[in-house]
Ligand binder design. Structure first.
Ligand code: 4NP
Length: 156
């Protein structure tokens, strides 16, 4: 899971994705991690508003999170690199080494069957308020539900 700062969207997506993967019995097969494309917040915990939104909606809030910046090795190692928005995709594509297949780099919301075409990003809530964080988290939940359904089919 990738966003810009790795303190809001992608840490929430990792908590939700990890919980849904576990719930689906796929915890032994998939490790869900998160990264940012920028280094501004490396080493920091998740934004307290992201943690509060997770708690409001009953998710295990990621106390252990520390922000990381994604590297070319991370991009190569991950089976799927799921980005919150298009600028994240653009940044991650710059980290692909050589003439490698790039189809594993996708927008997270491409897994949400209800995501309208052209409105398939997870908006950045950083400058917003708690309702923006709640909205962001709802989009993340819908995308992760679709993602885990696809993963379950893929490993069957
Ligand atoms: P995130 O949110 O990409 O969802 O973690 C942001 C966090 C920090 C900044 C921007 C977005 N920032 O500019 O510092």
């Amino acid at each position: 899971m990738v966003c810009l700062g790795n303190i809001c969207r992608s840490p929430m997506a990792a908590v939700v994705g990890r919980a849904m993967v576990e719930e689906a019995g796929l915890g032994e097969r998939f490790l869900v991690e998160s990264f940012g494309t920028a280094g501004y917040h490396v080493g920091e915990a998740a934004d307290r508003r992201a943690v509060a939104a997770l708690r409001r909606r009953g998710w295990p809030a990621g106390d252990a999170h520390r922000a990381r910046r994604i590297t070319p090795d991370d991009v190569a190692d991950c089976e799927l690199v799921l980005c919150a928005d298009r600028s994240n995709v653009d940044q991650v594509l710059r980290l692909v080494r050589g003439p490698r297949d790039r189809s594993h780099i996708q927008l997270l919301r491409s897994f949400d069957p209800a995501a309208p075409p052209g409105d398939d990003e997870v908006p950045d809530p950083w400058g917003g308020d708690s309702s923006d964080f709640d909205h962001t988290l709802e989009l993340i939940e819908a995308a992760c539900r679709g993602l885990v359904e696809r993963l379950a089919v893929a490993v069957r």
